[in-house]
Each structure stands twice: as structure tokens, then as C-alpha cells.
Design a protein around this ligand. Structure first.
Ligand SMILES: C[S@@+](CC[C@H](N)C(=O)[O-])C[C@H]1O[C@@H](n2cnc3c(N)ncnc32)[C@H](O)[C@@H]1O
Length: 322
């Protein structure tokens, strides 16, 4: 890719944003937490596959990453997301990805994918469903060994959602929640330090005050607050560390589709703060235009502070699965 990156998009696709986010996440994910996850996972065999549930799974990129990291050999993976368009895209994307890995792929039905090669047997079920409906349906019916919530907990009310999610884990089960936003959004170079800071503060407030179906749904400092919530829910934190997004243009411009990722982030800030009473409308419009222009020039640096956390729910003594 050349140094001149891309023109400002006219329309925005959340699916393309999530796809562009993958290379950003790959750099950001905390390796200590990732290796701790690997060490904590029980051994999976064809007879005793790992049962994994991912909520807010988006395009299913975590399946791809776990497989690449050697953590998905024998598994029954349930990936759910609220958005039918994202699940449709995951269903289109995953078989292509699996075939490219040399896996034998069987699409058993639209929602069930079976991937195999000697020593590996992975079944993936995808479903477009609200996680709260999913929990209500599955509670007391099924349990999982590992629950993954990536870039999700900052979108929900953690004190009420966490205990419900944890009820889906078997005793001794693991919770992995990477890319959890934690209170810092940085755009460089500065345009006007005071105005930049006001925009950041107003943007974080929109997360803190977000309501979904009339209920609180977000916290701009979810990452740091997670420790207290996990402790209250009886979860032992096995590993934690930062997973900041750091996006900048190198000698060849922004990596992969990351210019689009940046345009999307700026668009998100724009949408969230349009009409905000504390921001001068004309100044804000000019600020947004300047940030988009900085992406085109390859000068924008974007940093978001996030945390990855790995936890385990208690297991009665003698009931751990090796
Ligand atoms: C920031 S995206 C992250 C997607 C994916 N985990 C990733 O990191 O690429 C958050 C995802 O959570 C999903 N989501 C939000 N609220 C949800 C809910 N109540 N139930 C299920 N999914 C939800 C969204 O549709 C979106 O795909």
C-alpha cells in the first residue's frame, strides 16, 4: 500500500470495520494473558472436546486467532452475536478461512460448520441472538469450559451481566475478556489540546450514559472496574494486562485496512457527539474533517487504552479437568 492511503469513505460498514480491526487487535492483544489462557486450558481430545462460548463474536475472527495459536484442536465452539448481518458474514467467512487452512470443511447446515483434519475436529455453531436471550435459554441446560467476550463488556452493564454470563461456565471454567476499553482515547497530533480533551471527555460520557432498552449499558472505565466486579462474582483473576490499540502509518502507510478502521473510529466519535451541547458545532465539524484529513495524509496516530483479563470460576476441590 502506498503512503497516500484512501479517500474518506462515504458510507460505513460495521462488518468491514471489524475485519479491519483484526490486524489492530493482533498487535494489541496482551501476550502474557494469551499465554496464560493457553496454559490454563484443559487438554482437548476428540473424546473430550473443549466447549467454548463466544458472546458478541462479530465476524468470528477469534476462531481464526485461537486456531492460529494452536488452541483450537478439538472443540465445540458456539459463537453468538446480536447482529444477523455479522453472523451472516461470519458464516460466509469461516468456511473460506477453514478451507485456506487445509481443513476439510462440511457445512452441515447454515448455522453449523464442521472442520476436520487428522488430530483436529472443530464444530462451530453460529447464532444471531441477544446474549441476554441466549443466557435465559441456556441457563441450567448447558455449560462451557471457556467463555470469551472480546471488546464486549464495555457495551453492557457488567454488574448485572457478568453473574449471568458466569452461570454458563462449568465449575472451574475460564473467562477470557480481551480488548476491554479502559478510559483513554488519544488522537495525535494535537489540534487544540483543550478542545481535544473536551471531545475525549464528552465521548467517554456518551459511553457512561448509554442506555440500551432503558438499562445502563456501558462504562468508559470498564477495564479497571472489572477487577472489583470479578471479585464480587467470585472469579479468580489468573492474568491481566493492557492491550492498547496503537495505530499509526509506517513507511508504507497504515497496515492492512487500518486507514478504514481509523475513518470508522472518527465517524463513530462524530455520530456520538453531533449536537452535543458542550461542543461548538462548527468547531467540532472542522475537527472531525481535520482528523479524516490526517488519516489521508498518514499523520494520524490513534491510541485506545484497553485491558485483557483471564479469570476462573471456582471448582469444588477434586473437580478440575486437566
Ligand atoms: C465491538 S464489537 C466486537 C466484535 C468482536 N468480539 C471483535 O472483537 O471483533 C461488539 C460486538 O458485540 C455485539 N453485541 C453487542 N451487544 C450484544 C448483545 N446484547 N448480545 C449479543 N451481542 C452483542 C455487537 O453486535 C458487536 O458485534
Amino acid at each position: 500500500m502506498g503512503a497516500c492511503i484512501m479517500s474518506i469513505p462515504r458510507t460505513y460498514s460495521f462488518a468491514r470495520y471489524l475485519s479491519a480491526k483484526k490486524s489492530v487487535d493482533d498487535r494489541a492483544l496482551n501476550q502474557h494473558v494469551w499465554q496464560s489462557l493457553r496454559a490454563a486450558l484443559p487438554r482437548a481430545t476428540a473424546e473430550q472436546p473443549l466447549h467454548i462460548l463466544e458472546v458478541g463474536a462479530g465476524l468470528g475472527t477469534t476462531v481464526e486467532r485461537l486456531y492460529a495459536g494452536g488452541m483450537l484442536t478439538n472443540a465445540i465452539y458456539t459463537a453468538i452475536d446480536l447482529e444477523p448481518t455479522l453472523i451472516a458474514e461470519a458464516r460466509r467467512r469461516l468456511p473460506q478461512w477453514a478451507a485456506a487452512q487445509g481443513l476439510q470443511v462440511q457445512q452441515e447446515c447454515q448455522a453449523q460448520l464442521h472442520m476436520q483434519r487428522p488430530g483436529q475436529d472443530i464444530r462451530i455453531a453460529t447464532e444471531a441472538i441477544d446474549l441476554f436471550h441466549f443466557i435465559a435459554r441456556e441457563q441450567g441446560q448447558r455449560t462451557w469450559d471457556l467463555l470469551i467476550a472480546q471488546a464486549l463488556l464495555d457495551l453492557v452493564d457488567v454488574p448485572t451481566t457478568l453473574p449471568a454470563l458466569l452461570s454458563l461456565l462449568r465449575p472451574g471454567g475460564l473467562l477470557y475478556c480481551p480488548i476491554t476499553f479502559d478510559g483513554s482515547t488519544v488522537f495525535e497530533p494535537e489540534i487544540d489540546p483543550e478542545f481535544d480533551a473536551a471531545i475525549e471527555a464528552c465521548y467517554h460520557q456518551t459511553m457512561d450514559h448509554r442506555l440500551v432498552a432503558g438499562k445502563p449499558s456501558g462504562d468508559s472505565r470498564t477495564g479497571r472496574h472489572l477487577f472489583t466486579h470479578l471479585q464480587a462474582a467470585g472469579v479468580e483473576v489468573l492474568a491481566a494486562g493492557s492491550s492498547d490499540w496503537v495505530v499509526f502509518a509506517g513507511p508504507n502507510g497504515y497496515a492492512a485496512d487500518e486507514a478504514y478502521f481509523l475513518h470508522f473510529i472518527i465517524h463513530t466519535v462524530h455520530t456520538a457527539l453531533t449536537g452535543h451541547p458542550d461542543l461548538d458545532a462548527g468547531r467540532f465539524t472542522a475537527w472531525i474533517a481535520q482528523r479524516h484529513a490526517q488519516v489521508e495524509q498518514g499523520t494520524l496516530v490513534y491510541i485506545a487504552h484497553q485491558l485483557d483479563v483471564l479469570g476462573r470460576v471456582p471448582a469444588p476441590i477434586g473437580e478440575t479437568r486437566e
